[in-house]
Design a protein around this ligand. Sequence first.
Ligand code: NCD
Length: 314
Amino acid sequence: MAENLSVKHLLGIKHLTLDDIQLIFKTADHFKEVINRPIKKIPSLRDITIVNLFFENSTRTRISFELAERRLSADIINFSASQSSVSKGETLIDTVKNILAMKVDMVVMRHPNPGAAVFLSKHINASIVNAGDGAHEHPTQALLDAYTIREKYGDVKGKKIAIIGDVLHSRVALSNIFCLNKLGAEVTVCGPATLIPQYIQELGVKVNHNLKETLNWCDVAMLLRIQLERQGVNFIPSLREYAMTFGVNLDTLNKIERPITIMHPGPINRGVELSSDAADSKHSLILTQVENGVAIRMAIIYLLAGNITISNFS
Ligand code: NCD
């Protein structure tokens, strides 16, 4: 297996090779052991400074990145668009170039515009980690999801994964489709026709609009939140109707012939895509996903920073 990533940035799963993904998982195995030690901090990135640029709200992803960076002993700066000169009309490139002039090595960015991370990578020298760009990609989420499946089942290859809900507006869905396909899983997307993009089969997935059939087919069901903030028009008649047709509860899970696992990237809309009794049941890997998120982000930052230190001194 390769010792370094083939990329300088993590912009999307699309840009990663299978070797890159396996290297990230192997490195995360080590960091998962580290974060379960009484002393969780290691000095690896003492010389690296990272800025977390969040132009969109976030709880889990932001805290997870920050913890991963702190566990690696990096220096960090946190930036929220609402408290910055962005609200005075500064451009993205100006904002980032000014931050980098203060000798920052890596940028972790969440942005509402699809392609924002790729755009930035063409204008700056620092390594960029895409923490979610609009409805496009959310690569660290897909990696932590696949890592969680690998941990539970030993391998992702050959597993049947259903992605259920608002696939149309979900960066988690797209990154997961790319990642699970690369790892050899079978993927079916499920949801109302208005929330499943036309021609999505061209990405190598199947479509099934029947929830019961989909749940009976899969090993793992990934539930997605309805992204109301990204919808200009109504794609579903009401949340109540959505919950009745595509919501998963414990009763639905108990009626499936064999045990399945449920996952969710969070935040959960309890009572819409997932009921509380299902979210908190033994079927759920939701909090394991969150735990694994720190190890996966430590692995990515560590591997990208390895490229920085090498190129700085060569
Ligand atoms: C997701 C996101 O922001 O894309 N959440 C996350 O990163 N944990 C999914 C969502 O917002 O529904």
